[in-house]
Design a protein around this ligand. Sequence first.
Ligand SMILES: [Zn+2]
Length: 306
Amino acid sequence: MERKKFDLRIDAKLLLKRNEHFQNFVEPYSFENRTTYIDYKDLPVIKYKIFDDYDNLITGFSTRLGGVSKAHLSSLNLSFSRGDEESNVIENHKRFAKAVGYDYTRLIFSDQVHDTRIRVIENEEDAGKGMIKVSDIKETDGLVTNLANIPIMTFYADCVPLYFFDKEKNVIGLAHSGWKGTVKNIAGKMIETMMDKYNSDVKDIICAIGPSICQKCYEVDDVVINEIKDRYSSNEYAMMVEEKPDGKYQLNLQLACRINLLNAGVLPSNIAMPDLCTCCNKNILYSHRASKGMRGNLAAVMMLKG
Ligand SMILES: [Zn+2]
């Protein structure tokens, strides 16, 4: 499998100085070689080139820049469950929504529990659940909908964000795939859900794998590796795991997610790999590893325009 080499670090000072639209954030690597770029309106939003052709689709991934939260949560923490003041989180949501282009009061999200429960959003009344309404969407790591003007969101700080878009049937989905969700194959279950519920043809589904922990930063032990071994073929295992002399392992969770998508039938050319590591970029992105748990949450968002 051919993978381009990227410099996975961003210079925070450089990024903050830039205000150009559609600016690439790392040099000397050319824009052509990257899968993401920064769209900078009021604050930086990470965008995926693979989704650029679709005018009816809004997507984005937050950085930790441009918000009001303090100390280890500084500054754009988008999660109510990280010990932040509620008013800070709401202000951060307002700013991020404005930059991306959706109404934050209609935002839907769930708690995430590293499992594979997926919620299909079918009712207009669900708009705002989690944000301005009490949510009955619980213990859910995947969201799917074909409703327009309802933004869906999932949260991250090293785990792998998965974006799904059926360009023919106009269905969107987001899934949170940490190592447990990856072993349990939430990626494949998202594809199945889109096929069952909306009659999606897997060949029409475009996927992006978002900023998350890279193999170099992701050391794991036997507990994780034994599950990976059980789940994947020996060839797949060899591609995603580096065994080290000290008995530890470096796991490529991003590649494991790509393999899950390929095994579900997604076309290789329809999958954008991440070119950013959360842990390599702890000044720009929240990383659970890099901060030893003292961190806010980043967010992935998607919405169909009406
Ligand atoms: Zn890294």
